[in-house]
Ligand binder design. Structure first.
Ligand SMILES: Cc1cc2nc3c(=O)[nH]c(=O)nc-3n(C[C@H](O)[C@H](O)[C@H](O)COP(=O)(O)O)c2cc1C
Length: 193
């Protein structure tokens, strides 16, 4: 089973993006195991902090390095990604030459109450991730409109058609990871060279 590091771009406990991630986790049961990475406790990026890097930064890099893939689930803030998410992208990309994003299979999803389903935020994220070397799945996409009643009391997505599409998405992401996941032996060889 592939290990997926999940990064949700919203810190609030009632986040619709966290709910979407949890719904995807249920649909992926038996195929993917999700590990939720915390990003709201990271300091703002500061190059000088690498002299004595904060443990939360070191741990984030360790968790990403240990994952087979990464899933970003992002809200849209003023037509882009939230600052907390951008900060969490920048830390693991450094120090130069020691980033952990490179070659990592990845996918994007997003939820908002708005009809656009975070399309603008996702477009920005799509311009960032490949530049950092992630192997980003282009399609299918998830633009989730989090209307009242979109999730039931168990966190299940109520719209059956959407649930079916998300099940297909999970299968495609699993296939994507199988195609691009770097075997542990290769990672070790890269580190040694
Ligand atoms: C500062 C700010 C800016 C926002 N800008 C947008 C936006 O551009 N497009 C949009 O669809 N929703 C926007 N929203 C609404 C958020 O998408 C909505 O609050 C969403 O539920 C937040 O995600 P969460 O439920 O995971 O916390 C904005 C919210 C905030 C707080």
């Amino acid at each position: 089973m592939y290990k997926v590091a999940v990064i949700v771009g919203s810190a609030r406990p009632t986040s619709s993006n966290l709910k979407l991630a949890k719904a995807l986790e249920k649909l992926a049961a038996g195929k993917l195991s999700f590990q939720y990475l915390r990003i709201d406790n990271l300091p703002f990026y500061d190059e000088a902090l690498w002299d004595n890097p904060p443990e939360v930064v070191v741990q984030l890099k360790r968790d990403i390095a240990a994952a087979d893939a990464v899933l970003f689930v992002t809200p849209e803030y003023n037509r882009s990604i939230p600052g907390v998410l951008k900060n969490a992208l920048d830390w693991p990309s450094r120090p130069y030459g020691e980033g952990v994003w490179s070659h990592k299979p990845a996918a994007i999803a997003g939820a908002t109450g708005g009809a656009s389903g975070t399309a603008a935020a996702q477009a920005h994220l799509r311009s960032i991730l490949p530049m950092m070397g992630l192997a980003l799945m282009g399609a299918p996409e998830i633009y989730f409109q989090s209307r009242p009643g979109a999730f039931d009391e168990n966190g299940e997505i109520t719209d059956e058609r959407v649930r079916t599409n998300l099940t297909i998405w999970v299968d495609r992401f699993s296939d994507w990871i199988a195609r691009f996941a770097t075997p542990a032996t290769e990672v070790a060889a890269r580190k040694a060279s």
